[in-house]
Design a protein around this ligand. Sequence first.
Ligand SMILES: Cc1cc2nc3c(=O)[nH]c(=O)nc-3n(C[C@H](O)[C@H](O)[C@H](O)COP(=O)(O)O)c2cc1C
Length: 217
Amino acid sequence: MLINIKIAAGLLIVISMTGAIVFAEELKPVELSAPQMDRGKLLMQALKERQSNRDFSDKELPLDVISNLLWAASGVNRPDSGKLTAPTAKNWQEIDIYVAMQKGLYLYNPKKHILEPVVAKDIREFTGLQGFTAGAPLDLIYVVDYSRTDGDEKDGGYYSGVDTGFVSQNVYLFCASEGLATVVLGSIDKPTLAKIMNLRKDQKIILTQPVGYPGSK
Ligand SMILES: Cc1cc2nc3c(=O)[nH]c(=O)nc-3n(C[C@H](O)[C@H](O)[C@H](O)COP(=O)(O)O)c2cc1C
């Protein structure tokens, strides 16, 4: 468990699971720019180029790209109804997208189109077991909130996997359109990651998905 103690405006002491004390900048909400609808490749071209790529450059993603990425993943595309770019069973909207970056972990709020601070720590290395997630500028973590479903024993367990697939494919297509590298990952130490993220018992990690510029390999 991470314990955060605020000692001054903008500064935190973070006590990690190992008891280590680190100073960290307090995370602030990140306002995302309005998604840009007038860019990107034709859908057929993006489908042609969709692929998994596990080689990432550590170059930062600009904020407008992050904004477009998250909106494409599961942003509000019909403000009147609050419905999303990805379908969800019974419109539960039960899949949360957490965003792990060097400066910390955030939660994407699609209604406000902002990133909300969660943990002031770089947790990218914990989002996959194959090593490369730590080097990607951003790792998406798809988490189901069963409190918004009929419960994980009923359709919630099955549908949440399906609903995550739609989000992941939106991200794949956005990345193909923007020339970005991405791969969806099931190979994760979920209990450890859930602890680091301070998830509740009725939240479960489904998949993760690093995103970045392609590396040089
Ligand atoms: C549910 C799911 C879990 C996956 N987990 C991993 C993973 O843990 N590690 C990995 O390198 N690729 C993972 N992949 C990516 C697949 O290996 C990849 O999609 C497949 O090899 C086909 O390649 P393509 O995506 O380029 O078409 C996963 C894909 C899916 C759909």
